[in-house]
Structures are given as C-alpha cells and as structure tokens.
Design a protein around this ligand. Structure first.
Ligand SMILES: [Fe+2]
Length: 242
C-alpha cells in the first residue's frame, strides 16, 4: 500500500514529536503493509511554517535514520496545505510540494479548518483549476459543516476537487457523523484516496489496512485496494515524470 497522508516527520507540526516516535510510526506503517509512506506535514502560515525545501530536507534525514534502523519502507513527501490566499503565492513561486499528478494535472492536498469552510474557498479552487491544479480535499468527512449538511461539499466536487478520506473515519474513530459522510462518499464513488493521516502512537496511529478492510465491505475488495495501491501509485509516478 501507498499511504498518501501522514504526520511522521518529527517536530515540524502536530505529528511525531521526536525521531523515536517518527521511527515507531514508520515501523507500525510497515507492519501494516505500507511500502511507500508519503510524508505530508502541515503548511499552515504562522502555525507551521514548513516549506518545500525544509520538508525535503526533513524527509531525507528521516529516510536516512529509517534505513539505519533497518526499515525498508520508502519515504516520499508532499504537504497538507491549509486553505488561504498564501497558496496563490506558493503556486506562483513554484513552491508547492505536490501530492501527485492526476489526469495530467498537479494535485494539491488542501486542508479546511474543521469548524468552517472559509468565505472565498470556491474562488481559490477556481483560481487553482484555471492553472490546471486539482485540489484534493483532506478528509472532508471530518469537517463539521459538511457533517451537518453534505450539500456544502457538492460545489467543491462540482468544481473538480477530489476527496481523500481518513482510514480511521471508516472505523468510527472520528465519530458517527464522520463515518456517515465517509460511507456516503464511498458509496457515491467520490473517494479518490484512503489515507492514514497518522499523527502519533497513542490517539492517531497508522491504521490504513483496517480502513481498507472497512471500505471493502462497502465497495468491494478490489475497488477498496485500488484506493491505496493503483491510484496513489499512478499519482506519484506521474509526479516523478512531470
Ligand atoms: Fe493531516
């Protein structure tokens, strides 16, 4: 499996606190059947001022430590980017750590605040789409206004956004509302990827395998596995070729 969302790089966001925790998370992911772990720290101006260069460097360091610790899991990186006008400057300066390429267009992992979809979000999506960039919404099932009203998500899907759901949402880890929205997206064929979004050993460990099993009960084994194998592989391979 390829896990396209994780906070394992130590000490640079609200994920792994130190190298030991980062390595322990990688060990769990590897045991779970993840062969490529994509590291997606937050880029959230002021709160987490990570950059393309700093994330690349942190990824190289963790990969070296993982190799020395005897892990075989492959490490790659992207970022989970908080929605905001700063994204336009990052795109213009070619400083986005892309999640992948899908149908010839670069994919950006886009994070909304849990409490609300900011005014102007659809304008930003349109601005990105005009530049052949596809936003992939990080766990829309965990956004409260979408839990309250699924219709709030529709304009984003209509504008060409992809949706990525968190494995734990399918296991009830984020409550019944997140589970309900995740199932609805799955049943509607609107899930582009399933990813772990793991943060730590205690509350948010990697659980991709269990999430895929839960998805398989809804859309079948083959379709569920594609969301963590064929689809992410194609997205990452196209990124390498871009
Ligand atoms: Fe995340």
């Amino acid at each position: 499996m390829i896990d396209m969302h994780s906070h394992i790089l130590p000490g640079i966001d609200d994920g792994a606190r130190d190298l030991d925790e980062g390595l322990a998370l990688l060990r769990l992911a590897e045991a779970d059947g993840v062969t490529t772990q994509v590291l997606t720290p937050h880029i959230h101006p002021v709160r987490y001022d990570n950059t393309l260069a700093s994330i690349r460097l942190a990824c190289e360091r963790l990969a070296q430590a993982a190799g020395q610790a005897g892990l075989t899991i492959r490490l790659e990186f992207a970022a989970e980017i908080r929605i905001g006008s700063e994204i336009m400057a990052l795109v213009t300066a070619d400083q986005i750590p892309w999640l992948g390429v899908w149908e010839g267009r670069k994919v950006l992992l886009l994070e909304f605040p849990y409490t609300g979809i900011p005014v102007g979000s659809l304008n930003l999506v349109a601005w990105l789409r005009q530049r052949d960039i596809v936003p992939m919404l990080a766990h829309p099932e965990r956004i409260f206004p979408i839990q309250d009203d699924f219709e709030k998500l529709r304009p984003f899907l209509a504008a060409g956004c992809l949706a990525q759901i968190t494995a734990g949402s399918l296991l009830g880890d984020f409550g019944p509302a997140a589970l309900r929205v995740a199932l609805r997206l799955l049943e509607g064929g609107q899930v582009g990827l399933i990813a772990s979004d793991c943060h730590n050993l205690t509350y948010r460990p990697p659980k991709l395998g269990a999430g895929v099993e839960a998805a398989a009960r809804v859309i079948g084994e083959r379709a569920a596995r594609e969301l963590v194998t064929t689809v992410p592989r194609r997205m990452r391979a196209a990124l390498g070729a871009a």
